[in-house]
Ligand binder design. Structure first.
Ligand code: IPD
Ligand code: CA
Ligand code: CA
Ligand code: CA
Length: 279
């Protein structure tokens, strides 16, 4: 069993503190950052705020838990191979922090107020703490394994829609669009006529938090990385939802093609996506 308190500071308290501090700084820099670069593709942006926020979070975690391992998006070379290798390199870690300092950088760059800070702690590969913070709305989503998921102290529960026809579903367009776009377009084309409506709001971590909060019935996306999903995965599970890869295999931190839902529509969602992928 993992210790939940080390040196008098609970893991969750540190995660929340990191998210709040980084989030406040990120928000204060909105519209006045100076560096904008592309990484893996023209769809993959990075600013000095992404890098600065990750440094801030990493340092704060190292101060409290110097023996823990750390995996953050901006510490890894761009692209899927480097992401997979970076995750492989820390696969033996007892405690591993998985961090996306700004999830939704494209939104951030354009001033579209839907981005988040995503911080997860995994113990022997299993996520035990998940925190997603939305600075624009000052919404803090927190989950601890076995203890439920909360938004600003209020317990979250997934939605109750039992069919796709009453569902609001989100998806995303990843940085690897040249690989993922054909599959994703098939999914969109198959689902659009069958669901109440679709959303593509631009932060995978927040989409997952919204599934947990019952604001979305489900979410799927291809070609994500561990830091996009890890924190949100626990929010969804602890709010009573279901999470898997697109073949239905239960989520683990290496999953890249993810589907999350209120549980009730999960099979239907997977069937539609699988049938679409076969066309
Ligand atoms: C991206 C966001 C976006 C999703 C992409 C991610 P980033 O993360 O989560 O919603 O569609 O797949 O890469 O690069 O803004 O941290
Ligand atoms: Ca990125
Ligand atoms: Ca991300
Ligand atoms: Ca990011």
């Amino acid at each position: 069993q993992p210790e939940s308190i080390i040196g008098g500071k609970s893991f969750t308290a540190v995660a929340v503190n990191c998210a709040a501090k980084a989030g406040e700084w990120i928000k204060s820099k909105m519209g006045n950052f100076t560096q904008l670069d592309t990484k893996y593709s023209m769809h993959d942006l990075v600013t000095e705020v992404d890098k600065g926020a990750e440094r801030m979070i990493r340092n704060l975690i190292a101060t409290h838990f110097p023996t823990h391992s750390f995996l953050g998006e901006e510490g890894v070379e761009p692209g899927p191979e480097a992401s997979a290798k970076a995750l492989q390199d820390v696969s033996e870690a007892e405690y591993l922090w998985i961090v996306d300092p700004v999830d939704g950088t494209t939104n951030y760059v354009h001033g579209f107020p839907f981005y988040s800070v995503s911080i997860a702690l995994a113990y022997r590969g299993q996520v035990i703490v998940g925190v997603v913070y939305d600075p624009s709305r000052d919404e803090l989503f927190v989950a601890e394994r076995g203890k439920g998921a909360y938004v600003h102290g209020r317990r979250m529960q997934v939605s109750k829609e039992a069919g796709l026809n009453k569902s609001l579903i989100a998806t995303g367009f990843p940085a690897e669009q040249h690989v993922a776009l054909p599959a994703n377009m098939k999914g969109i084309q198959a689902l659009a006529p069958k669901v109440r409506n679709l959303r593509v709001a631009g932060s995978a971590a927040l989409h997952l938090a919204y599934v947990a909060a019952g604001r979305l019935s489900g979410f799927w996306e291809y070609n994500l990385s561990s830091w996009d999903i890890a924190a949100g995965s626990l929010l969804v599970e602890e709010a009573g939802g279901r999470l898997s890869d697109l073949s239905g295999r239960p989520y683990d931190i290496a999953v890249r093609n993810v589907s999350a839902s209120n549980g009730l529509i999960h099979e239907e969602l997977l069937e539609e996506l699988q049938a679409a992928a076969r066309t």
